[in-house]
Design a protein around this ligand. Structure first.
Ligand SMILES: Nc1ncnc2c1ncn2[C@@H]1O[C@H](COP(=O)(O)OP(=O)(O)OP(=O)(O)O)[C@@H](O)[C@H]1O
Ligand SMILES: O=P(O)(O)OC[C@H]1O[C@H](OP(=O)(O)OP(=O)(O)O)[C@H](O)[C@@H]1O
Ligand SMILES: [Mg+2]
Length: 397
């Protein structure tokens, strides 16, 4: 074994849909990945055995298990989101992998690595999880048992993207079409792609008609592979683009496989069969939605002189940025003048998108608003969350 091999090992076999093959020093991970790949195409009898095992796991335990990332960049942000939704995770010490959320008494939190959260949802050992969409797509492999309950938790933003060197034969290549059209790639000398995404990578290439491609894999620092002569291209997560830039690589048009952010994912079986799982999911979803909706808005209060509530409302509604969620709340401000209670002023309360804040203040002033107060919003609970209806329909309910 050469010195390079423990770091990244070349794949000798060209990818074709019928001969998926990737070699790696991490044989346990890859054999699992390969097994899951094959299991996608497995016989009905194998699926039935697996389903039987999952059914018995559902019957065996009473609590609802939520998997959260144990480490890495998703871990802290996930705990922060839960905390902001008044669902603080009580973990006795950081090395203990089980924890509780006092507000959700039937939920047991298990800290796991993101890819293991997806694997354990599929095996029936977890019921719910928070991970990146990239991880669900890679390790979930389109399995119908996985249901995305909330698809935009607004952190962990990144994209899975193909990147090539800025130099050499790639200098003038700027799109996937141009890359595919290069005469260099043949059966004998295919395009070598280094990636940790050994399911999504081949699938993307196949769907985009790149026939002469081989894949190699490694656990990190993939951006070094082209300069080391190990690969021609890489397929990896990109966020700021700094790592690509620092390693003289560029993304190409049409090369984004997936846009990703943190999601709440569930096992369909658990939602249908486990007692209380659907109610708990509803509560978590409602809290997430209410909090995330509120994040983008401010409450704006202002005073306005006027003859009646209707007349003030009409003035407010004449401005494009002042409609609020359902329209303005207008209420009289009472004061005592010459011994008499009067209301020459009205208080108006509206929610405005954070992005439109200054424009809203200008519009309020233009129609006679004064004493404008801005406060952060914590939650916006609607009558029913749209995602809940979507979930019920995905479950056939
Ligand atoms: N550069 C990035 N910016 C934003 N989010 C990212 C970035 N890289 C990864 N992520 C998101 O965070 C998730 C976890 O990434 P992280 O690097 O923490 O763990 P990992 O790569 O799975 O584990 P490890 O690096 O220890 O093997 C990814 O699946 C992705 O959803
Ligand atoms: O576009 P950027 O903001 O530069 O981020 C991209 C980098 O972030 C991730 O690596 P990570 O930091 O997780 O290290 P790893 O390769 O060890 O997983 C990803 O694999 C890229 O290398
Ligand atoms: Mg990483």
């Amino acid at each position: 074994m050469s010195l390079l091999q423990p770091y990244i090992q070349q794949c000798a076999t060209a990818f074709t849909p019928s001969s998926f093959s990737i070699s790696s020093p991490h044989s346990s991970y890859l054999s699992l990945s390969k097994r899951s790949f094959i299991s996608c195409c497995s016989s009905h009898s194998q699926t039935a055995v697996l389903n039987g095992t999952i059914d018995s796991k559902i019957a065996e335990r009473g609590e609802i298990r939520l998997g959260l990332p144990s480490k890495g960049r998703m871990a802290a942000d996930t705990l922060d989101l839960l905390k902001d939704c008044q669902l603080s995770v009580k973990q006795v010490n950081p090395r203990q992998y089980v924890a509780q959320i006092p507000q959700l008494s039937d939920v047991e939190v298990w800290f796991q690595r993101p890819k293991d959260i997806v694997r354990k949802l599929l095996s029936g050992d977890l019921d719910l999880g928070v991970v990146g969409l990239d991880t669900v797509s890679e390790y979930g492999q389109c399995n119908e048992d996985l249901i995305i309950v909330h698809d935009a938790l607004e952190y962990g933003d990144c994209r899975l993207s193909l990147a090539i060197p800025k130099y050499g034969i790639f200098e003038n290549i700027n799109s996937l079409r141009e890359l595919a059209g290069m005469p260099h790639w043949t059966t004998e000398k295919p395009l070598r792609v280094a990636t940790g995404f050994t399911y999504l990578g081949p699938k993307f290439m196949q769907e985009n008609g790149l026939r002469h491609v081989t894949f190699s894999t490694a656990d990190g620092a993939l951006e070094a592979a082209p300069a080391m002569g190990i690969a021609d291209a890489i397929l990896d997560l990109v966020s700021s683009g700094t790592t690509l830039k620092e390693n003289n690589l560029k993304e190409i048009e049409g090369g984004v496989v997936l846009e990703s952010q943190a999601v709440l994912v569930a096992s369909r079986k658990a939602l249908i069969q486990r007692k209380g799982a659907l109610d708990t999911t509803h509560e978590i979803l409602e809290r997430f939605e209410a909090h995330l909706r509120a994040l983008g808005q401010f409450t704006v209060t202002a005073n306005m002189r006027g003859g009646s509530a209707e007349e003030v409302a009409e003035r407010v509604l004449s401005q494009p940025s002042l409609a609020g969620l359902q329209g303005p709340t207008v209420c009289p401000v009472f004061c005592k003048r010459d011994g008499k209670v009067t209301s020459d002023y009205f208080a108006i309360v509206i929610c405005v998108p954070k992005k439109a804040l200054y424009k809203s203040v200008q519009q309020l002033r233009a129609i006679g608003g004064s004493g404008v107060l801005i406060s952060p919003l914590t939650y916006i609970f609607d009558e029913e969350t749209p995602r809940w209806r979507e979930l019920l329909s995905k479950l056939g309910m």
